[in-house]
Design a binder for this molecule. Structure first.
Ligand code: FRU
Length: 496
């Protein structure tokens, strides 16, 4: 007994000191070895939710929750970057700073084409940001009404911003969680719609001018997942493969996700301009991984393009503040096109990696099992999957293993031995996603140093996870019966 305790202590001490060494190595490198090659990251310090995603004059704008003074969450600003392809990003100066009304929490941006606000002109429409103010003094004093909505506008493609003089435009009705407005122009009704997360439900508002808001309806108190607070909603219409148009509502929830902590659920139904009516009461998840949160879609993508483009924050509130990167914290997911597919009478939200990502990757090379991989950012394509179980392992010389497997009814990602996990107990886990009852024939796996995004059958099931291997995975092994190819990343530009 005594000996086994000593032995345990030696083994345990041995592990602990290795972890310490690894972590101190990472603190000297700032965690740069984990900075993704083709995912968006802030040039430095803290980032969470994507905000104000809007397309205007050839640029995709990505604003984001940002604390420029530290690598942990703090007083929120809106950081800003632009891209012409959602892949190569240019960092721009911070767009919105906290002010006397509070921190700048999540929200959206739209182009006011018809100048309903009067902020712009017909020739130069305003880009308007609609966001939540969070008053830290009110929050600390035990008040309940410390979150309310404000707006700001830009007349120079988002480069400089003016806050509206009579903010807030939507005061707090006495509810602690009252935030994350997503706004869109509702063409059939000739008015703006705002969808807002209110603690355990959604409020829907309308407005003629982005300034005066009327509550239209409430949704969700008795439907969907309720293991945590509702946040960062979105609402848009999609047409399925049979031409059936339906409305899709995204609602992030924290905690209460399928893998613990944060995740995004969705509802499919009808929206009559005032009330959202779900088609059924099923709880569905946009992504079954642990690390895709607060994702919403781009506004004002031209009709000639017609895609519904999505991107999420690739982390989880369970450990976002303590992951082993220090110069910067958090990346966004790869951009994805959302599509609606009806399978056996049931709607499924498909997440398909955007076509622009194709330019990133070199030619795909078929690889045998046991082959060495000479890159730390690549895509793995798996075709012709066998009917029976399939397993693919990415590993390195430190015996770290990331396992991606399929059985007849589940996708499984096992990161229990994938690398560092000591920063949070819940990180070391096996994640499972149910598979639809149709033949699974194709997997795409996007690996970018510290992340893995698995897309089954063109994104009918998606699982996004972070991993922190202490050296890059350099070997791929897989069970027989499938064809496996690897496409390494060519070049990406993201000035830091
Ligand atoms: C979601 C969230 C939002 C909030 C923001 C604060 O991750 O909690 O509800 O606006 O982050 O940074």
């Amino acid at each position: 007994m005594k000996y086994s305790t000593i032995l345990f202590a030696i083994i345990f001490y041995g592990c602990a000191s290795t972890i310490k060494q690894e972590e101190s190595l990472q603190s000297t490198s700032g965690g740069e070895e984990y900075r993704p090659v083709y995912h968006f990251t802030p040039s430095g310090n803290w980032m969470n939710d994507p905000n104000g995603m809007v397309y205007f004059k050839g640029e995709y704008h990505l604003f984001y929750q940002h604390y420029p003074d530290s690598n942990v969450w703090g007083p929120m600003h809106w950081g800003h970057a632009v891209s012409t392809d959602m892949v190569n990003w240019e960092h721009l100066p911070i767009a919105l700073y906290p002010d006397s009304l509070g921190y700048i929490f999540s929200g959206s941006a739209v182009i006011d084409w018809q100048n309903t606000t009067g902020f712009g002109t017909a020739d130069n429409p305003a880009m308007v940001a609609i966001y939540t103010y969070h008053d830290p003094v009110g929050a600390d004093s035990g008040a309940v009404d410390f979150q309310y909505q404000g707006i700001a506008y830009s007349l120079d493609k988002g480069r400089s911003w003016t806050k509206y003089k009579n903010n807030p435009v939507l005061p707090n009705p006495g509810i602690i969680d009252f935030r994350d407005p997503k706004v869109f122009w509702n063409e059939s009704f000739g008015q703006w719609t705002m969808i807002l997360a209110v603690k355990d439900h959604i409020n829907l508002y309308s407005s003629p001018n982005l300034v005066d808001w009327t509550l239209e309806s409430e949704f969700g108190q008795t439907i969907g997942a309720h293991g945590g607070v509702w946040e960062c909603p979105d609402l848009f219409q999609l047409t399925d493969q049979n031409g059936l148009a339906q409305w899709v509502m995204l609602v992030s929830i924290n905690p209460g996700g399928p893998q613990g902590g944060s995740a995004t659920q969705y509802f499919v139904g009808d929206f009559d301009g005032s009330v959202f009516t779900p088609a059924d009461t099923v709880t569905r998840w946009v992504d079954h991984g642990a690390d895709n949160y607060a994702g919403v879609t781009w506004s004002d993508v031209p009709q000639s393009d017609g895609r519904r483009l999505f991107l999420g924050w690739m982390s989880n509130w369970q450990y976002a503040n303590v992951v082993p990167t220090y110069n910067w914290r958090s990346a966004m997911t790869i951009p994805r096109e959302l599509k609606l597919k009806t399978i056996e009478g049931k709607p499924i939200l498909q997440s398909v990696p955007v076509a622009e990502l194709e330019t990133l990757f070199g030619d795909i090379q078929l690889v045998g099992s046991g082959v060495k991989i000479g890159a730390d950012a690549f895509r793995v394509d798996v075709y012709g999957l066998p009917d029976k179980d399939f397993e693919l392992v990415l590993s390195n010389a430190k015996a770290e293993r990331l396992v991606i497997a399929l059985n007849s009814n589940e996708l499984i990602v096992d990161r229990t031995a994938a690398g560092i996990s000591s920063f949070e107990k819940a990180f070391s886990a096996v994640h499972r996603a149910p598979l639809p009852a149709v033949g699974i024939d194709r997997l795409q796996i996007y690996v970018d140093r510290a992340s893995v995004e698995v897309f089954v059958n063109d994104g009918q099931v998606v699982l996004t996870d972070l991993v922190f291997p202490t050296e890059p995975y350099n070997t791929i092994t897989y069970s027989n019966g499938a064809k496996v190819g690897i496409a390494p990343v060519k070049t990406v530009s993201q000035e830091l």
